[in-house]
Design a protein around this ligand. Structure first.
Ligand SMILES: *[C@@H]1O[C@H](CO)[C@@H](O)[C@H](O)[C@H]1NC(C)=O
Ligand SMILES: *[C@@H]1O[C@H](CO)[C@@H](O)[C@H](O)[C@H]1NC(C)=O
Ligand SMILES: *[C@@H]1O[C@H](CO)[C@@H](O)[C@H](O)[C@H]1NC(C)=O
Ligand SMILES: *[C@@H]1O[C@H](CO)[C@@H](O)[C@H](O)[C@H]1NC(C)=O
Length: 400
């Protein structure tokens, strides 16, 4: 009888052990499979605060920008002027390469001087990390004469609020491009691979520079100062005249990629190709930090007879002529950064997966053991699953 009792005690102890083990495994399981606790812990490291590593990286990004400049050389101007050619012939010359090192000077709290750009540091609200809040103290431009188009929204392209890529498949990222006075939307395209890690690729939609009365019409120029009706430029071109003190300039993809046919009517020698002339960003899939970027934009001049063009004899008023295009990217990332990306991808993934699967297996095993243990229980001892610790205690004092 004593022996049997002792055995039963041991069994009860085992049951409690399995029970608590099951409880802990399930708690860990829920934490790692159903919540973002782990991810958020990593993300809170991203907050740009004086003293954090991301502050140092943000203030002095070790990454250089690589700008390739291509110039369009007009090779048959004389023939065109004489009426011997009915199209202007252009030849792409270049690239002329230069490097730019980013540096954000005069950082006080969250304010960057130059054009005074105020960015959100993520302090208090990680959901706004990196968002440009004001430029020279203003939350809105007064460029387009419309509230929607004048709104300043988006980041500078180096990082994004992490929740913007959650879930990646249906998200749009916004970069605020000061040079063209507007935000640029990047839509998720596909998974890619760059700088040694898998990335999420977001692309500038090919119709982004096409404004119509139904889409982005607030970027089109007003017919007159107080008129409500607006006139949109040819599809595939974006009129930045209002943004550039009325200089007759338009922006487009290089070689008028995705532009309408009329743009090619008077200009020969352009060869638009998606693979060379598109814009995209590759993001770290967890941190939403830019791993790779390609911004390719062309600057075009609108012929205005009144202004007195050098060769305007044969040129129609309003003709759009390509001048140059810029291919901006980042240099090969320094090894230290690659290592950080690599680690934060593979190591963090491995740790998270480890916890996820271990907790799952351990939950299953301990639950199984607990069930077995409860089933095997001797009939005379009342089994109370609800309060096993108490039962053990009382029993122990009685037998010893
Ligand atoms: C531009 O074209 C002209 C005429 O064909 C040529 O003489 C000149 O060398 C070209 N310039 C460059 C930089 O290729
Ligand atoms: C950051 O903190 C250090 C000391 O902790 C200080 O010397 C420095 O001026 C601070 N920088 C900014 C931009 O606040
Ligand atoms: C994608 O996003 C749009 C707008 O944010 C939303 O209306 C739509 O339901 C989303 N689709 C999916 C599949 O999540
Ligand atoms: C561009 O905008 C300016 C005013 O901002 C306007 O005068 C000009 O006609 C526009 N050009 C085109 C091609 O729409």
């Amino acid at each position: 009888m004593e022996k049997k009792k002792k055995k039963a005690t041991q069994r009860r102890r085992a049951c409690v052990l399995y029970g608590s083990s099951a409880f802990i495994s399930i708690a860990v399981f829920v934490l790692f499979w159903c919540t973002n606790v782990f991810r958020d812990a990593i993300l809170s490291n991203l907050e740009i605060r004086n003293g954090t590593e991301s502050f140092v990286r943000w203030q002095r990004p070790p990454v250089g920008l690589n700008v390739k400049v291509y110039v369009f050389n007009y090779t048959n101007v004389r023939e065109f002027e004489n009426g011997e050619a009915d199209k202007l012939r252009v030849e792409q010359v270049g690239p002329y390469v230069y490097r730019e090192t980013l540096s954000r000077v005069n950082v006080k709290e969250n304010c960057v001087d130059g054009d005074r750009i105020t960015m959100h540091t993520g302090a208090g609200d990680l959901r706004k990390l990196g968002l440009i809040q004001r430029i020279n103290g203003l939350e809105n431009h007064r460029v387009w004469g419309d509230e929607t188009c004048d709104r300043i929204y988006g980041t500078d392209g180096s990082m994004f609020p992490p929740h913007w890529i959650e879930p990646p498949d249906n998200s749009t990222l916004y970069i605020y491009a000061k040079n063209v006075c507007r935000r640029l939307p990047f839509r998720y395209e596909r998974r890619a691979y760059s700088n040694g890690i898998p990335t999420l690729r977001y692309k500038l939609p090919s119709n982004v520079f096409t404004s119509t009365p139904n889409k982005d019409s607030c970027f089109c120029s007003k017919e007159s100062y107080d008129s409500a009706s607006r006139r949109c430029p040819p599809a595939g071109t974006f009129n930045i005249s209002a943004c550039k003190l009325d200089t007759p300039l338009l922006v487009s993809f290089p070689h008028f990629y995705s532009g309408e046919d009329s743009l090619f009517r008077k200009v020969d020698g352009l060869t638009p190709r998606p693979e060379h002339h598109e814009c995209y960003i590759d993001l770290h899939p967890r941190l939403a930090v830019t791993v790779d970027i390609k911004i390719r934009l062309q600057l075009n001049l609108e012929v205005r007879k009144a202004i007195g063009m050098p060769f305007s004899g044969n040129l129609d008023d309003g003709l759009i002529l390509p001048l140059i295009w810029l291919d901006t990217g980042i240099d090969d990332l320094p090894e230290s950064i690659q290592l950080i990306f690599h680690r934060s991808h593979y190591l963090v993934n491995a740790i998270e997966a480890g916890f996820q699967w271990c907790s799952l297996v351990s939950a299953i095993l301990s639950l199984g053991a607990l069930i077995l243990c409860l089933k095997k229980r001797d009939p005379p001892i009342p089994a109370s699953f609800a309060s096993p610790p108490l039962g053990i205690c009382c029993h122990a004092t009685r037998t010893e």
